[in-house]
Design a protein around this ligand. Structure first.
Ligand code: PLP
Length: 393
């Protein structure tokens, strides 16, 4: 709602796929004076938060953290594990797999891709074929964006692990869980993922500001041989530091927040957190399916086995602009949605449904979109929000 002066009133409904809503108790936890990052009082908080993050990752392996966003964790992971000219296999999933691949090329790596339709996701058979075809084991790492936030598409990490096992391929398995961790199940140790990349600002419900890599023993062995240039990100420089991470200043406030966000996740129970995300995601999909009547907006992902439970990308009908729709949502209703990324710019909008969310928050965002569809005269089937309510009730 905006007033006649144009100033928004009420809370902004933040339905962006990250950063996400920060729970009040996390905000309260962060709201405190600065403390030296080597102060024993901080180290106790750090140690508790660090241990908690490992439980969320379901790992007992080492974790390296950086005062930087997710891109940095991508770069840190590649430079700590690989050498110039090494080949990686990138599974195509959307804008984020493309960007990680471009980064790898810029760092001097050779990138082979398992090509995929962005609306379907990579075929496991194609992954297996690419690995089976590499009898010389030139591929040193397989990179997967677990949940591509641009396309709303999840790639099953267990199936990629199984493809590596079936072909007895020794490549490292690297997974970007930036928009899945804390929203969709990730089991680092059970699925034998060698490097898990994550960030603070999505399922962990924190401000943007740190990212990390959890590294397996096999990854640490690869690190000892890896020759890509690095300094701030060098894991070898980190291990002897008090936090065993961070070459520079530690973002202390975020660890007060992390300790609280892990407490919230564990209070709810990780499995219940994932079930809540699945329930809210299905409500969004049911709503969009109704809108798709009348040649209206439709689900971008058309492969139900790959639907993301943390974000839904919605494809606009030909001739209608997703960014114009988002503008109406923001300016008229104080609802913030995600836009289309890369070649999907203007063609899709994205509803984030991850983090600190409940039913009315999701329904409120969907209702604003449905009103904006009417205002913009975008053809659509009426009653999408009703379908979401039917599901949630
Ligand atoms: N990977 C995924 C899946 C993402 O969603 C994002 C950002 O949204 C990134 C990587 C890049 O992270 P950052 O924007 O924190 O640098």
């Amino acid at each position: 709602m905006t007033t006649t002066s144009g100033k928004p009133r009420g809370r902004q409904f933040f339905a962006n796929p990250g950063p996400t809503n920060i729970p009040d108790s996390v905000l309260r936890a962060i709201d405190r004076p600065t403390i030296d990052f080597n102060d024993p009082a901080f180290m106790a908080v750090y140690d508790a938060a660090y241990a908690g993050l490992k439980r969320v990752l379901r790992t007992e392996q080492h974790l390296f953290l950086y005062t930087a966003s997710g891109h940095a964790a991508w770069e840190a992971t590649l430079t700590n594990l690989l050498s110039p000219g090494d080949t990686i296999l990138m599974l195509e999933s959307g804008y984020f797999s493309d960007t990680w691949a471009r980064m790898a090329q810029a760092l001097g790596l050779e990138v082979e891709q398992v090509a995929a339709d962005w609306r379907q996701g990579a075929e496991i058979a194609d992954i297996r074929a690419a690995l089976a075809g590499d009898s010389a084991h030139a591929i040193k790492a397989v990179c997967v964006v677990h949940n591509d936030t641009a396309t709303g598409l999840t790639t099953p990490l267990q199936d990629v692990r199984a493809a590596l096992d079936a072909t007895r391929h020794p490549a490292l398995l690297l997974a970007d869980t930036i928009s899945s961790l804390g929203s969709i199940d990730v089991r680092m140790d059970e699925w034998r993922i060698d490097a898990v990349v994550g960030g603070s600002q999505k399922g962990l419900m924190l401000p943007t500001g740190f990212s990390f890599t959890a590294a397996s023993q096999k990854a640490l062995a690869a690190h000892a041989e890896a020759k890509l240039a690095r300094f701030y990100f060098d894991w070898s420089l980190m291990v002897d530091r008090p936090q065993h991470s961070f070459v520079g200043t530690v973002p202390v406030h975020l660890f007060y927040g992390l300790r609280e966000s892990v407490r919230l996740l564990e209070e709810e129970g990780l499995d219940n957190v994932f079930a809540r995300h699945a329930r809210l995601a299905e409500a969004v999909r049911r709503c969009v399916r109704v809108w798709s009547g009348n040649n209206g907006p439709q689900l971008f992902c058309v492969n139900p086995a790959r639907f993301s439970n943390s974000v839904t990308a919605v494809l606009m009908p030909e001739g209608h602009d997703g960014d114009a729709l988002r503008r109406v949502c923001r300016e008229r209703f104080n609802v913030s949605l995600g836009g289309g990324l890369g070649k999907l710019g203007g063609r899709v909008f994205r509803v984030g449904h991850l983090g600190d969310l409940n039913e009315p928050m999701v329904l409120g965002a969907l209702a604003a979109v449905e009103m904006a569809l009417r205002i913009q005269a975008v053809p659509h089937g009426r009653g999408g929000v009703d379908a979401a309510m039917d599901w949630l009730a």
